[in-house]
Ligand binder design. Structure first.
Ligand SMILES: Nc1ncnc2c1ncn2[C@@H]1O[C@H](COP(=O)(O)OP(=O)(O)OP(=O)(O)O)[C@@H](O)[C@H]1O
Length: 458
């Protein structure tokens, strides 16, 4: 039995979920406001009956659950959480993943899907042995194999991506991986590790987005007993854990300024000093960092140290969004269908033409993670061999009807085209004197350099 917090303001829906989950042996604490959820969370800690999983509706009468989650993560709470959201809020759900949610599901919530995601969340929680989706031993072994392999893709942009991966892997250079959420940055980091001379050493991944400001330094560099309240014994940091291997820092833009200074020192001098210690420890670690933020602008704003950015940016890799991977879509679809068949003991052979048409038109803001989730749901809901259109979330189809994709209505694309033209015009006017151009454009030089690179301005 698992102890679950369900934060949901739709009382009919929460009653249904409560009774459904109760029948599956779980104890559910239902709250309908953030305020109540905060109280329930504190009480569960005081009573020594912590929640195993947090199930959070996104929109609530007194705020949104991503802010709640952010606060919990900043206090060092690691309880797995997933967001339940309407299809229109998928972008928000993706944002939630950056703030430490483990997954999201779109409403209307399908019971089997809920059990599946809950099973996965419980595997991550402190009490792992409960309520997993029933899978045969053969199926889980195959699923494990499948989760290890991945698709490189045939499109030009993917070929270039893996060319860079193979090029940089054998060197010991630090790498910055840029890309939208869910594009596969961690996969790319793992590939670099596997193809490197360090492949026999550890690969340690840390999500900096879920580290609290107070605990980040101790998580990375370790601490000595008594270094701060709560440091009850010596703790080895992830830098030491990754000794001889690769340390992958996801969402690096979330690290506080103090930790950035320590990180810079660790990179430059190859030593770390655990909190509360005076003894430096030698470490041999290759660093790979990922971000979906514009770190150049962050460093221009003073949020991210410029020297650290340059130290990390010995090599930069851009992971393209799914909508730009063209012909790879079909390969990813097949891969995720095979994976879902194994995980869920189904036998879906293909997707109907109508489903593929929708997939091709949709712009996938959550990238490969979203595709994987949509396909899992499709496979779960498909009774025959071919996944029908009716198994797709209705909102996914209507979102295409509401917003037909055309260059003329894509506001971001329009803004970017306009910005590029403006920069080119000003650069010509000042005969490519970048300081003058930056002044005229009312931006600083670093931002101008960034935009010149972004728009491939010669
Ligand atoms: N090349 C690939 N082949 C198959 N599956 C992939 C590939 N790349 C990523 N995935 C799958 O897509 C999902 C997202 O990948 P990953 O976590 O690496 O993305 P990310 O960019 O690091 O995400 P975030 O920005 O949220 O940290 C995972 O389920 C992963 O298994």
């Amino acid at each position: 039995m698992a102890h679950l917090l369900l934060l949901e303001d739709d009382t009919t829906f929460s009653k249904l979920l409560n009774s459904f989950l109760g029948k599956h042996g779980h104890q559910v604490n239902v709250c309908s406001t953030l305020k109540d959820a905060k109280v329930a969370f504190r009480k569960s800690i005081d009573d020594h009956e912590p929640f195993d999983v947090l199930m959070l509706d996104y929109r609530l009468p007194d705020g949104n659950s991503v802010d709640f989650l952010k606060q919990l993560r900043s206090e060092g709470v690691r309880t797995p959480a997933f967001i339940m959201t309407s299809f229109h809020d998928v972008r928000t759900a993706v944002n939630a993943m950056q703030n430490g949610a483990f997954d999201y599901i779109t409403k209307p919530v399908h019971p089997e899907e809920l059990l599946m995601v809950l099973g996965e969340a419980l595997q991550k929680s402190a009490k792992p042995s409960v309520a997993q989706a029933p899978v045969s031993a053969k199926a889980s072994k195959k699923a494990e194999q499948l989760s290890n392999d991945f698709i490189e893709g045939r499109s030009k942009i993917s070929k270039q991506l893996y060319e860079y991966v193979r090029l940089v892997a054998p060197t010991d250079m630090s790498v910055i991986i840029l890309g939208e959420s869910g594009t596969g940055k961690e996969h790319v980091a793992k590939s670099i590790h596997k193809l490197s001379k360090r492949s026999k050493g550890p690969f340690v991944a840390i999500d900096c987005g879920s580290l609290s400001k107070d605990l980040a330094a101790s998580e990375l560099f370790g601490h000595k007993k008594g270094a701060f309240t709560g440091a009850l014994m010596d703790k080895i940091g992830q830098f030491e854990a990754a000794d001889g291997g690769t340390l992958f820092l996801d969402e690096i833009g979330n690290l506080g300024y103090d930790v950035q200074i320590k990180l810079l020192r660790a990179l430059q001098e190859r030593i770390i000093v655990p909190i509360g210690s005076t003894q430096p420890v030698k470490v041999d670690v290759r660093l790979i960092a990922a971000t979906n933020e514009d770190l150049i602008t962050s460093s221009a704003n003073g949020d991210f140290r410029e020297d650290l950015y340059h130290r990390l940016n010995e090599f930069k890799i851009d992971v393209p969004p799914l909508r730009r991977r063209g012909e790879d879509l079909g390969m990813f679809v097949q891969h995720f269908v095979d994976k879902a068949n194994e995980e869920l003991d189904r036998n879906v052979q293909s997707l109907s033409k109508e489903v593929m048409d929708v997939f091709e038109k949709y712009d996938w803001p959550g990238n490969l993670r979203e595709l994987n989730n949509v396909i899992k749901r499709l496979v779960l809901l498909t009774k025959d061999n071919i996944a029908p259109l009716s198994a797709l979330p209705a909102e996914m189809i209507s979102s295409l009807e509401e917003a037909p994709k055309s260059a003329g209505s894509d506001l971001k694309a329009l803004q970017e085209t306009h910005e590029k033209e403006m920069i080119e015009k000003v650069l010509q006017e000042v005969r490519y004197n970048k300081s003058k151009a930056a002044k005229l454009l009312n931006i600083d030089r670093k931002t101008l350099y960034y935009k010149i690179e972004k728009y491939h301005i010669e």
